[in-house]
Design a protein around this ligand. Structure first.
Ligand SMILES: [Zn+2]
Length: 368
């Protein structure tokens, strides 16, 4: 999830992003056009592979207002809320009503109603408007062996709606430790059940897992990297988009991050894994120096099918705010080949989510 500010520096090394794969050329089944914004003659500029309609207190932008923000620039959007609700604990903050997890010490808890909220917002739209969204299921606790059952129940309650699950988080700076109940882990079989089920159904997975802890001591073992690698290797039949390639507000690129991503992109056993370059906190590393930008562009140009653009905006109020990361990335986009840029901005999204729509609808037909 996105949000601003300051991270301390940018190492020249960072980078990354990801996107889908793909072979098709530009096209994809045309996102049908909304009457609110006819598709421009030259096609939309981008699809948004990572977007939160609502915030940590389950409030946000009306979906019709959001269609206006997409306007004639953003074609399709992977749409979700936030699985966690920030509790307003009066004994902790008194009459101050926190709207963000950094404003209070009160816990966060899983708020499954988010999935119904997103589904009903989607269902309120016309078919042409619906064609511009790929709703995602997020309201489950990934430390619960019953999490997969929640996902199945949502599909059963709202058939014809969802394309994937996520963004959900396992290790996330300042968030994971605030969640009430058992702490999520990459080694928890509950997570394996979720990924197995997603693979069976054809649901695209958007997984947030930091690449390291927020403030590692010098030389500290970045133990999350092998844990994540092993998890992904256990689920070769599940399409997983690694959100923000593991970076965060203060979680910085681990040494050699670009090399690590390149090894992952090159590994045949990880060919089902994609990388999302959403979040202004990721962009800040990529554009921190001309060298960082060039090295990132070189990597994406070598693996054009594996990286996806996304905004990671939360409940935006205007188009300028919504698309500020697109503008931040201008130096990166300028260094991509035309073909790579098209795939990162649109082609990979279309390939992954078109397939998910087909597969999930077929699974629903056969199983529900
Ligand atoms: Zn996010």
């Amino acid at each position: 999830m996105t949000h601003v500010t300051a991270g301390r520096h940018g190492l020249a090394t960072l980078a990354a992003g990801v996107l889908l794969a793909g072979a098709l050329l530009a096209a994809g089944p045309a996102a049908a056009q909304s009457k609110s914004a006819p598709a421009p003659a030259g096609g939309y500029e981008m699809h948004d592979g990572h977007f939160h309609l609502t915030n940590y207190i389950q409030e946000g932008t009306d979906i019709r207002e959001f269609l206006k923000l997409m306007g004639n620039r953003v074609g399709r959007v992977a749409l979700f809320g936030i699985p966690l609700q920030q509790m307003w604990a009066h004994e902790n903050t008194g009459d101050f009503a926190p709207t963000y997890y950094l404003q209070t010490d009160a816990p966060l808890y899983y708020y499954s109603f988010t999935d119904a909220w997103i589904a009903m917002a989607y269902k309120s739209l016309s078919p042409a408007e619906q064609a511009r969204f790929d709703p995602m299921i997020t309201g489950f606790n990934p430390a619960d062996m019953y999490a997969a059952d929640h996902i199945r129940r949502v599909l059963k309650t709202f058939p014809g709606v969802f394309s994937g699950i996520g963004e959900f988080s396992i290790h996330k700076e300042f968030v994971s430790s605030k969640i009430a109940g058992e702490t999520a882990s990459l080694m928890n079989p509950a997570l394996d059940r979720v990924l197995d089920f997603a693979g069976e159904v054809g649901l695209v997975v958007i997984l947030h897992n930091d690449v390291d802890m927020p403030f590692p001591k010098a030389g500290q073992d970045p133990y999350l990297v092998p844990q994540l690698r092993d998890l992904l290797k256990r689920h070769p039949g599940t399409t997983v988009i690694w959100a923000h390639v593991g970076l965060g507000r203060v979680v910085q690129p681990v040494k050699g991050q670009l090399g690590m991503i390149e090894r992952a992109a090159a590994a045949p056993e990880l060919s089902h894994v994609y990388f999302d370059i959403s979040w202004d906190q990721v962009a800040k590393y990529v554009i921190s120096s001309p060298e960082a930008t060039q090295a990132t562009a070189d990597l994406i140009n070598r693996y054009p099918d594996r990286f996806l653009f996304g905004t990671d905006e939360v409940a935006p109020k205007d188009q300028v705010g919504y698309l500020k990361i697109y503008d931040m990335y201008a130096p990166l986009f300028a260094k991509l080949t035309p073909e790579t840029k098209q795939k990162v901005l649109k082609g990979n999204y279309e390939r992954l989510f078109d397939k998910a729509r087909r597969d999930v609808r077929a699974w629903e037909k056969a199983n529900l």
